[in-house]
Design a protein around this ligand. Structure first.
Ligand code: ACO
Length: 335
């Protein structure tokens, strides 16, 4: 029987720079009341010029190493999940390795948009299944503010920057320390929804780009919010139901439900379909907006700070993102 992976070091790093809804009113046709009532977001963090996605990732990683008690030199794999890298090459994982002075066996990026952290848990689980001594530094880091058209009120009010990290291993790094076991993780994709949420270039006509081109609107986030909303609610609900069923649990057994923090109305819709009680739900999107793949590990780090990652706690995670991609995972903390 294979060991269930240990997950520890729940850490996050967000830029200090706060952009409130009121700040946005100064340069885009929106208002605090619309953003709060339609999304639940009050403010978000924005990486200042000169701060890279890889900088946020490295800070979150330092936190995870310190909290888990994992010596940096014992890390064998660095997996960064991101859909907003600073550059396409080198990978953000290699840049983190450079910043931390690590020489890992593997340093790769994974892109599953907002589902990235859930997918990253499965990628890490795969490495651990084949390599007993592996220690995986899993980081989710995003700077989506750099892909926002700050004149487009339908998207720019939604997103924020930040990073979160955990360490996965086949043994307890700090026996007696705070760690969970990864009991289940699953993720899915349906590429037919790709046109409903995309950014980063003219992917329908990439051959026409020349070095003298300036960014076109396709570089910035293009989203059909209403369609994404419907798919997100349905897919996250189903993924959670599957994980609960297959682990002989009901929602009443879950101590903490941590959904992707995209929109309060999506979270409430999923919560009501699953019968999640308010005391089971973790919400922090009012402070950070949608930080894509980083939203779940940022939430987990805050839940740790608030003492909500308790020994014995059963934690259900779920996410949905561009692609479309979606998934769910079950963490159970050791007693
Ligand atoms: N301020 C003021 N008015 C606005 C704003 C704004 N920021 N944005 C849109 N409006 C207006 C629209 O122009 C529209 O006006 P009209 O009726 O005169 O045409 C009206 O508000 C309603 O617009 P809708 O788009 O219908 O608003 P909706 O209630 O659907 O909310 C939202 C939009 C917040 C985008 C919602 O659809 C949503 O959250 N969708 C899901 C997004 C998501 O979850 N993404 C996750 C994946 S992200 C990733 O993977 C990177």
């Amino acid at each position: 029987m294979t060991t269930l992976p240990y997950v520890s070091g729940f850490s996050a790093h967000t830029p200090a720079n706060v952009l409130t809804n009121k700040d946005l009113e100064a340069f885009v046709d929106t208002n605090d009341e619309w953003i709060r009532t339609r999304t639940g977001i009050h403010e978000r963090r924005k990486a200042p010029d000169g701060v890279a996605n890889a900088d946020l990732a490295a800070e979150a990683a330092r936190g995870a190493l310190a909290l888990s008690g994992c010596p940096a030199e014992s890390i064998t794999h660095i997996v960064v999940v991101t859909c907003s890298p600073d550059v396409l090459c080198p990978s953000t994982a290699c840049q983190v390795a450079g910043r931390l002075g690590l020489r890992a066996r593997v340093a790769i990026d994974v892109n599953a948009a907002c589902t990235g952290f859930v997918s990253g848990l499965d990628v890490a689980r795969g490495f651990l299944a084949t390599q007993k001594k592996a220690r995986v530094l899993l980081i989710a880091s995003e700077t989506l503010s750099r892909f926002c058209d700050w004149a487009d009120r339908t998207t720019c009010v939604l997103f924020g920057d930040g990073a979160g990290a955990v360490i996965l291993s086949n043994e307890a790094i700090q026996p007696g320390g705070l760690h969970a076991r990864l009991h289940d993780v699953r993720h899915a994709a349906d590429g037919s929804g790709g046109d409903l949420l995309h950014f980063g270039g003219r992917y329908t006509n990439p051959g026409s780009i020349t070095p003298s081109d300036v960014f076109g609107k396709e570089y910035f986030i293009q989203m059909n919010g209403r369609e994404v909303f419907k798919h997100a609610v349905r897919s996250m609900t189903e993924a959670c139901q599957e994980v609960l069923h297959d682990n002989n649990l009901t929602i009443a057994d879950i101590d903490l439900f941590v959904p992707h923090q995209a929109n309060l109305r999506i979270i409430e819709a999923v919560g009501s379909r699953l019968n999640v009680k308010p005391e089971q739900l973790f919400i922090n999107l009012q402070k950070y907006g949608n930080t894509s793949a980083a939203s779940i590990p940022i939430a987990l780090a805050e839940a740790r700070e608030e003492g909500r990652l308790k020994p014995g706690a059963k934690v259900l995670l779920t996410s949905f993102g561009g692609g479309f991609t979606w998934g769910a995972a079950l963490l159970i903390f050791d007693e």
